[in-house]
Write a protein that binds this ligand. Structure first.
Ligand SMILES: [Fe+2]
Ligand SMILES: [Fe+2]
Length: 474
């Protein structure tokens, strides 16, 4: 039996909700089974210095202590309710926000929640072997933190399914534990979540690019007229910020270390850089190109009637919807999308309602560009003449108007043959992967030590020193 308030910290009055208790009682052992099978490999007995959310108060979601990950207190937290909140966009604009699922939108809303929920365990599965090759105890602790929080995000979505969708919600909650990242028969729903995360450069790129897609999706759902979804997503965003921090600083530290070694040894040629045991900037650029392009696909088709329906029904808003200065109905507005016409990429104005995927993708690209600019400053301040660039948004796309076209990073429309000739200048090759993995063959876990290919962070976790024992292996 579960002692609800102790074992599952929550602010949804779980102790008094019998129906929800019964659903979770059934699901929780299956979740633990999934964690033992698919969570970080051979980590179950480690004591990890983790942050646990125990309430939504400012001091309550950041309690640090040693925890064995299977004993992590996966909680259910919603941002406190605002009694006056309304539906803020679409045809129901001005109505009180919904506290129960509107019957007519039930299946759509369930699909939205399942699609979001599916990404959470997927990323844990993708990252489960990386603990064996961590560059430091600090980084090992960080990946475990990300993993338990993705587990909690799954709980957040399962709470919504159990509480608001009855029997089919319970079935969907079980299916979330049955799909597997990369599985041929029962894969995760979205493409990027079936790609392997084979090494730590890929992990940092993933948390920078793909967790940030998570942020933008959560921001759009945090505007939802279905209030429990909006409040759940608001709280999840507090955790997402840490995941993106891990990604941005992780890549930044790799770049910093490479630049230090290049300067000390006065080398620039990638093979000379590799001979010194760090990752050449060209390879970092290729990883960037890959993770950026597969993540752009997650936003869906440029023109989408589903996206229009989600918005018009009040289920999924735009990024910072309530801060935008327009009618929040988008009856007349236009928005430019790009398409390939012959050998050119041209803009075409379409009804803004149908272009909401593209708009969210563009908001995301703005934020990505800022982050890449911060990485560039690391290179610039080392005085190294190398520019990191974001490829054209049509590069290497599998969904939307660019799918089936061969676009170079500079935005030229090429033939398949011409594109393939350059493929491994633009995308990581098997040799690149083999080289990166050759640097990461074992754990670096001596206190305060960092692998040669990455610089230490500026500071430790929760003001602890860098040589703090972030993980006890027992
Ligand atoms: Fe998440
Ligand atoms: Fe995340």
């Amino acid at each position: 039996m579960i002692n609800y308030t102790e074992k599952i910290p929550n602010n949804v009055d779980l102790g008094r909700d019998r129906v929800l208790q019964r659903a979770l009682e059934h699901w929780q052992p299956a979740y633990m089974g999934w964690w033992y099978d698919m969570g970080p490999n051979e980590s179950h007995n480690f004591d990890v210095y983790l942050r646990t959310a125990v309430s939504v108060e400012p001091d309550g979601w950041a309690q640090f202590d040693y925890v064995k990950m299977p004993e992590y207190r996966w909680g259910i937290f919603l941002q406190p309710r605002d009694e006056k909140r309304q539906v803020n966009f679409g045809i129901h604009k001005g109505d009180p926000a919904w506290q129960e699922v509107p019957g007519e939108y039930r299946s759509t809303l369930r699909r939205v929640i399942v699609t979001q929920g599916d990404t959470e365990p997927a990323s844990v599965e993708q990252q489960r072997m990386l603990g064996f090759s961590c560059p430091s105890m600090y980084d090992l602790r960080n990946i475990f933190q990300v993993n338990v929080e993705e587990g909690r995000h799954l709980w957040a979505m399962v709470y919504l399914l159990h509480r608001y969708f009855g029997r089919d919600g319970r079935e969907e909650a079980e299916a979330l534990l049955a799909r597997r990242s990369g599985d041929a028969d029962n894969p995760r729903i979205l493409g990027a979540f079936n790609e392997p995360t084979p090494d730590w450069l890929a992990f940092y790129m993933f948390t920078f690019f793909t967790d940030r897609d998570g942020k933008f999706q959560l921001c759009a759902l945090a505007e939802s007229g279905f209030d429990p979804l909006a409040r759940t997503c608001r709280f999840m965003l507090t955790e997402e910020a840490h995941h993106m921090f891990v990604g941005e600083t992780g890549v930044g530290r790799i770049i910093q270390r490479t630049c230090e070694v290049m300067k000390e040894n006065k080398v620039e040629d990638p093979s000379d850089v590799r001979a010194l045991g760090v990752i050449d900037l060209q390879t970092i650029q290729r990883y960037l190109n890959f993770h950026y392009s597969v993540t752009l696909d997650l936003y869906g088709s440029d023109v989408s009637s589903n996206a229009a329906n989600y918005y018009t029904s009040g289920l999924k808003g735009r990024f910072r919807e309530t801060k935008l200065d327009d009618d929040h109905v988008l009856g007349e507005a236009l928005y430019p999308v790009f398409e390939v016409l012959g050998d050119k990429i041209v803009a075409r104005n379409v009804p803004a309602l149908t272009a909401l995927n593209e708009r969210l993708r563009d908001d995301y690209i703005d934020e990505i560009a800022d982050g890449v600019g911060r990485w560039q400053r690391v290179i610039d301040s080392a005085g190294i003449p190398f520019r990191l660039t974001l490829p054209h948004k049509g590069f290497h796309r599998a969904i939307g108007n660019f799918a089936g076209h061969f676009i170079s990073p500079a935005g030229e429309v090429l033939s398949e043959g011409a594109w393939k000739k350059h493929e491994f200048e633009w995308m990581p090759s098997p040799k690149d992967h083999a080289y990166v993995q050759s640097l990461m063959t074992g754990r670096v876990v001596e206190l305060g030590k960092f692998a040669n290919w990455i610089a230490p962070p500026v500071r430790g976790i929760n003001n602890k020193p860098l040589d703090f024992e972030y993980v006890r292996f027992n």
